[in-house]
Design a protein around this ligand. Structure first.
Ligand code: PHE
Ligand code: FE
Length: 293
């Protein structure tokens, strides 16, 4: 089976989806899996300085706000001082959990993304945001991909979970159900919260790499916080250009692994007959978990 994605098709879909129809990255040198070489020498001193500022701010915020597993693994990154060399992190990561990082120009097609995950390769964008985007970026950059996602890849159980997600993504594509799985990915891997003895904590990468949302998601009275229910999540729309209107909360990782273990095919069939729910929905009977004080 030829599973490579035609690049012309990919760019055409993007034009239809996004305003400018343009991505930030340089796609001219990537291979058929969208892998590039990270040209580390090309990063400027200003970019390394910006990385340090981003890292320092976030490292200060995580101790009271991130889940224990993330905090434990953060030191393994060894990336406080400069933009990391992905091949060096890969050496340590491969020893720990058998995962590799691959450099990519930016967003890549869904199929390619899930193929990488299914083969224990995590795609990391090579470009860094501009100084004016210190607080907020729309497309994921190297800081989000690396700081947000890589720590949990050092945990063997979470690392396995993400590989299962990759396989699940390929299956969802075959079943014409990718949008449902994408919602699950969004509300767990990217924006998930977890209960802890000291209140709510974040485990989602989109939160952990954000200076503002990491506090907002835990303490603001505005968003909804609902206990994990995979089928409910897969019915729920999401916004990519604002803080989330709803967060889904797990009791522990077991709950997440148990909820994602079953065959989703019958769930997809059901979902295809139902209306999607707006991101700010609270259904009758759902408990809105209070924020941290
Ligand atoms: N159980 C899912 C399926 O049958 C696959 C999956 C596993 C999805 C883990 C997410 C996380 O499609
Ligand atoms: Fe991400």
């Amino acid at each position: 089976m030829n599973t490579t994605v035609d690049q012309a098709d990919f760019f055409k879909t993007l034009e239809e989806k996004s305003d400018g129809g343009k991505l930030r990255g340089d796609y001219s040198n990537c291979d058929e899996r969208y892998v590039v070489r990270q040209d580390w020498a090309a990063y400027t001193p200003e970019q390394h300085a910006l990385w340090r500022k981003l890292y320092q701010r976030q490292a200060k915020l995580v101790p009271d706000r991130a889940c224990e597993l993330f905090i434990e693994s953060l030191d393994r990154l060894n990336a406080a001082d400069e933009i990391p060399r992905l091949d060096r992190t890969t050496e340590a990561l491969h020893k720990a959990t058998g995962w590799e990082l691959v450099a990519v120009p930016g967003l890549i097609p869904d199929l390619t993304f899930f193929e990488h995950l299914a083969e224990r390769r995590f795609p990391v964008t090579v470009w860094l945001r501009d100084p004016g985007e210190f607080d907020y970026i729309v497309e994921p950059d190297i800081f989000h991909d690396f700081f947000g996602h890589v720590p949990l890849l050092f945990n063997p159980v979470f690392a396995d979970h993400l590989q299962q997600f990759g396989k699940g993504g390929l299956k969802a594509l075959r079943l014409d159900a990718l949008k449902y799985l994408a919602r699950l990915y969004w509300y767990t891997v990217e924006f998930g919260l977890i209960e802890s003895p000291r209140g709510l904590r974040a485990y989602g990468a989109g939160i952990l790499s954000s200076g503002g949302e990491i506090e907002y998601c835990l303490t603001s009275p505005k968003p909804r916080r609902i206990g994990l229910d995979a089928e409910r999540i897969m019915r729920t729309l999401y916004k990519i250009d604002s803080y989330q209107e709803t967060y889904f909360v797990i009791r522990d990782y077991e709950q997440l692994f148990d909820a994602t273990a079953p065959d989703f095919a019958p769930i997809y069939e059901r979902l295809k007959t139902q209306e999607a729910l707006p991101a700010d929905t609270l259904l009758p009977g759902e408990v809105n978990i209070p924020p941290n004080a």
